[in-house]
Design a protein around this ligand. Sequence first.
Ligand code: NDP
Length: 239
Amino acid sequence: EIPRMDLNAMEENHRQKNRTCFILGASGETGKALLKEIVERNIFSKITLIGRRQLTFEDKTYENLVQKVVDFEKLDEYAEAFQGHDVGYCCLGTTKAKAGAEGFVRVDHDYVLKSAELAKAGGCSHFHLESSKGADKTSSFLYLKTKGQVEAEIEDLGFERFSIYRPAVLLVAREESRPAEWVAQKFLGAFSSVFPTMSISITAVARAMVINTLKDGGKKVEILENKAICNLGKIGDKK
Ligand code: NDP
């Protein structure tokens, strides 16, 4: 348990270190929430967004962001974008419905692994991966298997610190329509206090990632299951 006062001290302590970070997937639902937390808490001296397109922000607090637009099919040519970041966050992902089975593996495995490799080569010491509840490289479900495989392969890269987040169904008001997700959310949202292991708000995921960044001396490789993410996310709650 981290009391609020200690959290302020941890933020200040982190600020003093002048660390830099990059975010993959900052245009996505979790990524957006993560970016907001990071910007508001002002804990990095430089924030770089790496993505397939340039993003626009109205808010003035976002004006110092650095953006690198890359072609994920030729990531090796963009190695420079991944150089010199202390911390990396990956909230990248697609679905089989959107990209097909092959496209899904390409994004959730190939792009993610290659990014992690380039980040490691570029000096990144702490890599955060948003994976999924049930991730398991031996699973017969493509989704869970892919998530488990990429976790294991990134672990093999030997980051100084590697944090894996395995959230359950994300509760989010998504711009894009995903009917199955909507139904699941309506149900799980209504019963989230009864089934705390089945869903989680994206804000809690984002906060957990940030609070975990501030914690020094964490384990080399750690897996945060949904419950652990919820608990950490609560600490970061400003209210
Ligand atoms: P979103 O679907 O909201 O965002 C996905 C991000 O990935 C966007 O930034 C998007 O960029 C980028 N992306 C997608 N396809 C490509 C591509 N072909 N090339 C380059 N970039 C691409 O993500 P969520 O926040 O919903 O999910 C984040 C992660 O959490 C995913 O890995 C997901 O599998 C996992 N997860 C999700 C759960 C859920 O309930 N939804 C539950 C547990 C885990 P752009 O804006 O340019 O499209």
